[in-house]
Design a binder for this molecule. Sequence first.
Ligand SMILES: [Fe+2]
Length: 221
Amino acid sequence: MSVVGPRPERQFFIDQIILKAPHYKHLHKVRPGITSWGQVKYGYAENDLWYHGVAATAATECLASYSKVTIPPVSFTAALLHDIGKLLLSRCVSDDLFKEIRRLEAEERITWADAEFRVLGFTHADTGAALCESWKLPEAIVNAVANHHKPDIDFSPVTDAVRIANAVARITGAGLGNEGFAFAIDERTSDRLGLNRKNFEHLCVDTVMRCTSIRTEFGES
Ligand SMILES: [Fe+2]
């Protein structure tokens, strides 16, 4: 085990997760740690980056009940991995650059992804997509990870589902980290999926209930 690395997990739960999200096994190519780079660099409390991915996956599952378009099953894996690039950046980007990203986001009131791009020339979505591509994951997952903060391109149901799932996870407070509420929801995404304000609220409630159930199953409070 490392001092810093991904969350260690019990084999029983690994097996359960892989049944639903087969690509979860790739996370275990990295030695687990007693704390995470996400916590050190991105301001996530313990397990929050993991929990954000789980909440986004739960939101995607719940979204299937409200969307007017079919949500492909590959969307669940895409939602789980959508912020995986943050783990990579946490290991490679200096503290000074992270401070500059935080300063830009706060002072200019821009999204976290836009601040990353201004400082680094790329975002956690770009690095996450490159990582997924190197793992030879399906193109739909690579695109959803790459474009989850780009509302003007890629209107596939998988990418739209991940955009909404990310928003629901954040609105419901699941794994905010330093990015917090510094993100944007594009109404065109909701429109394509047929979500109005009322069923979006229902989706948030369903996701919170699903997450509560998952946390209980995993012995988390
Ligand atoms: Fe993101």
